[in-house]
Design a protein around this ligand. Structure first.
Ligand SMILES: [Zn+2]
Ligand SMILES: [Zn+2]
Length: 467
């Protein structure tokens, strides 16, 4: 039997990454991410599987972002019985991320059902609950980078550092070919990070690949240098302190919050900003920072040394406070000193950042620093667009605060880095371009072709025979 790959999700779009590889002896899944869409489509796409999860022999997970791991609890609800392999850091991050994802879905269902009950419409169920999210961890098995793992009768798997977030991996499968000692090597670099991220190493170049599945989130764009982020952050802080204002930084709990804290600690140590109070106001980000402390071996050498050798590590310094209870969070509003508040959620659609924005957004002495991607129609995007009025909890607030947008912190390789990575894997039979909006994927596909690298842009649910 030939080796086949079926692109189940995360093709010509960025969410819902999942790919099925079938061989003579095994059916394995690469990632099982949540697809994001409007409520009905979200539920329908994430609860329907056009293969039998009971027949899978192994699942391999690249990293803990929800668009890669977030639909694993649904797989378990459909009878998945095999093991889920990932790095030890990703396993611990998933325990927090999947429980949080379940909680968000329960909250959303409660909200919708309140309306449906009033309208006499049928009630909904969450895709999975917080408890189901947490319970799916029982199938996880943690491995280290470069540890060769015989996962099924004919597939050996190795995880290499992809430098995208803590514990993220390029997954390399060595598949034994029919009745011979020859193997086929498939690499899965989705998502692929970039060089120079403050906490991480550089993406690993893996030799001898026959096929590469490559992301293309920024297949048509070039990032600003990462150092620019630190300079913009420093300038925004100093300007705001001069005005005796507060800085509100909406931030994703995983990686971005830790990066911002790391930069702030650096800036204070280098005396580029005064040591004003800094608050991390996100229980999820606080839990994730604990995982960074436990798994600091996954970080780059500079950070590892700092975390090992000093009393005050990059995530534990005197003016940084991890805010626990909601009362402490609200109390920040009565403290009129200049300060920095980092709070979730990343796109300002929920969480504690909303009450900080509500309390601070109308005063021109304050600053909102945007450090991550803001999707269309989110409160975060409205702030980026500097709309005159924004609605928070149904009330209109005038946006007078300064808005600073920092784009340089992306954890994804840009078009030149993606092309460079593919070139470094040559010779290679073919690159499959996935995980990007249509235009971005198409651009990378064209760039690869121009560079003489065979490339293919698969359709959703397309099955391709590998030879
Ligand atoms: Zn990711
Ligand atoms: Zn992704």
């Amino acid at each position: 039997m030939s080796i086949k790959i079926k692109f189940l999700g995360g093709v010509r779009t960025v969410t819902g990454s999942s790919h099925l590889i079938s061989t003579r002896f095994s059916n394995i899944l690469l990632d099982c991410g949540l697809f994001y869409g409007h409520r009905d489509e979200f539920y329908q796409r994430n609860s329907t599987f056009n293969y039998n999860p009971r027949k899978l022999n192994a699942v391999f997970l690249s990293h803990a972002h929800i668009d890669h791991c977030g639909n694993i609890p649904s797989l378990l609800k459909r009878g998945l019985s095999c093991k889920i392999y990932t790095t030890t850091a990703t396993k611990d991050l998933c325990s927090l991320m999947l429980a949080d994802s379940g909680k968000v879905q329960e909250e959303d269902t409660r909200y919708v059902n309140k309306i449906n009950r009033r309208l006499g419409k049928p009630l909904r169920k969450p895709l999975y609950t917080e408890k189901e999210g947490r319970r799916s961890l029982r199938k996880f098995r943690g491995v280290s980078y470069r540890q060769r793992l015989k996962a099924t009768k004919d597939i050996t798997c190795t995880f290499y550092d992809s430098s995208h977030i803590l514990g993220s991996s390029i997954i390399v499968l060595d598949i034994r070919l029919n009745g011979s000692s020859n193997t086929m090597r498939i690499g899965y670099a989705v998502d692929l990070g970039r060089q120079g991220l403050p906490l991480l190493n550089e993406p690993t170049i893996v030799e001898g690949m026959d096929y590469l599945i490559l992301e293309s989130t920024y297949g048509g764009r070039v990032h600003s240098p990462i150092e620019e982020a630190k300079i913009k952050l420093k300038d925004a802080i100093n300007r705001t302190i001069e005005r005796r204002g507060k800085l509100i930084i909406p931030s994703f709990a995983l990686e971005r919050s830790q990066e911002v804290i790391y930069f702030l600690n650096d800036l204070i140590k280098e005396k580029q900003i005064p040591a004003i109070p800094i608050y991390l106001d996100s229980p999820l980000a606080t839990g994730i920072t604990d995982v960074f402390r436990t798994h600091y071996g996954y970080l780059n050498e500079k950070v590892r040394v700092e975390m090992k050798s000093k009393k005050e590590g990059p995530f534990d310094f005197v003016n940084l406070t991890y805010v626990a209870g909601i009362r402490d969070s609200k109390a920040l509003n009565n403290d009129k000193r200049p300060m920095i508040i980092i709070a979730g959620s990343g796109m300002c659609e929920a969480g504690r950042v909303q009450h900080h924005l509500k309390n601070n957004i109308s005063e021109s002495k304050n600053t909102v620093v945007v450090v991550g991607y803001m999707a269309e129609n989110t409160l975060g995007r409205k702030i980026v667009e500097k709309q005159r009025y924004v609605s928070i909890y149904g009330v209109e607030y005038e946006l007078n605060a300064e808005v600073v947008v920092i784009n340089a912190l992306s954890g994804h390789a840009d078009k030149n880095e993606l092309l460079g990575y593919a070139k470094s894997c040559m010779p290679i039979k073919k690159v499959f371009v996935v995980h990007g909006d249509e235009a971005q994927s198409k651009n990378l596909h064209d760039m690869l072709s121009e560079a003489g690298i065979k490339s293919r842009l698969p359709d959703k649910d397309e099955e391709i025979v590998l030879d």
